[in-house]
Each structure stands twice: as structure tokens, then as C-alpha cells.
Ligand binder design. Structure first.
Ligand code: SF4
Length: 145
């Protein structure tokens, strides 16, 4: 299963903020640190803020910080939220749906596999994925303070 770019980006932003300590980097700094376009990062930051996983304060002394909810957030829940509940295969196929569409055992098996994928990520938290060795790598990046 391949994640949407926005899903991976959301997790990257959260990992970056998980090691920020007392500092509150701006969205532009986080985007640069994570090597992603600012506009994509800003969109994801707005969504994560809406979910209560990060605080975003404007102005002098402002910036982004992870909330307690964000630190303990389940990666499985996050991936579900960003990926939505669509099938991994497009069985409807727009103008030409697959002919097996109405009674396909493969479709059922793929749905079960998709759910197993999410379930395996449920116990993993944002703090877990920002732990060593990833944490040290994040802190060693140029520009990270
Ligand atoms: S074979 Fe089954 S899983 Fe594949 S596109 Fe057709 S309905 Fe979907």
C-alpha cells in the first residue's frame, strides 16, 4: 500500500515537532527542514491544527508546537484520517468499472489487508516514531534548533 504524499508529510511534520523541545519553528522552517514545498506543508499544518495535534501561533515569538494529544497520537489513526476509507484498487474505474466489481473476493481480501495495515500502526505513537535513531537524525539536520 502506498501512502498519499500528504499522509507522509503530516507524519514528517509531527516527527519534526516532536523533537523541537522548547523551540517553536515556523511552518516555513519545518517545510525547509523536511524538504517539502511550503504550500504543501502549510496545508498539512492547518489540518493537523484542526485535529488538535499541533498549536500554531502567529507573530513574533509564534510558531508551531506539538500538543500533548499530538505527541501521543496513534500513527494508525493519523494514517486512517489522511488516507480516508477508499479501496486500494479503483474497482469502479470511472466510466469502465471492473466486471468483477459486484462479487469480487480479491476486493474483500484487499480490504482486509488494508485494515490489517492500519491496525498494525494503531499502537505506534508520534513519540515512538520520533525516538532514536530518528530523533538524533532530526536534531542533527542543518537549521534544526
Ligand atoms: S478484480 Fe476485484 S479488486 Fe480488482 S478491480 Fe476488479 S473488483 Fe476490484
Amino acid at each position: 500500500m502506498r501512502l498519499l504524499r500528504s499522509t507522509d508529510l503530516a507524519l514528517r511534520v509531527l516527527m519534526r515537532l516532536a523533537v523541537a523541545g522548547e523551540s517553536t519553528p515556523a511552518t516555513r522552517e519545518v517545510a525547509a527542514d523536511m524538504d517539502v514545498p511550503y504550500t504543501h506543508a502549510a496545508k498539512v499544518v492547518a489540518e493537523l491544527q484542526h485535529m488538535g495535534l499541533l498549536d500554531a501561533r502567529r507573530g513574533r515569538g509564534g510558531g508551531l508546537s506539538l500538543t500533548a494529544k499530538g505527541r501521543t497520537a496513534s500513527v494508525g489513526a493519523l494514517v486512517r484520517a489522511f488516507e480516508g476509507d477508499g479501496d486500494v484498487v479503483d474497482c469502479e474505474g470511472g466510466a469502465t468499472p471492473c466486471p468483477l466489481n459486484t462479487a469480487c473476493r480479491l476486493r474483500t481480501a484487499l480490504r482486509q489487508a488494508q485494515e490489517a495495515f492500519f491496525t498494525s500502526l494503531d499502537p505506534v505513537t508520534v513519540a515512538d516514531i520520533a525516538a532514536e535513531p530518528t530523533g538524533a537524525l532530526l536534531l542533527g539536520m542543518p537549521g534544526v534548533r
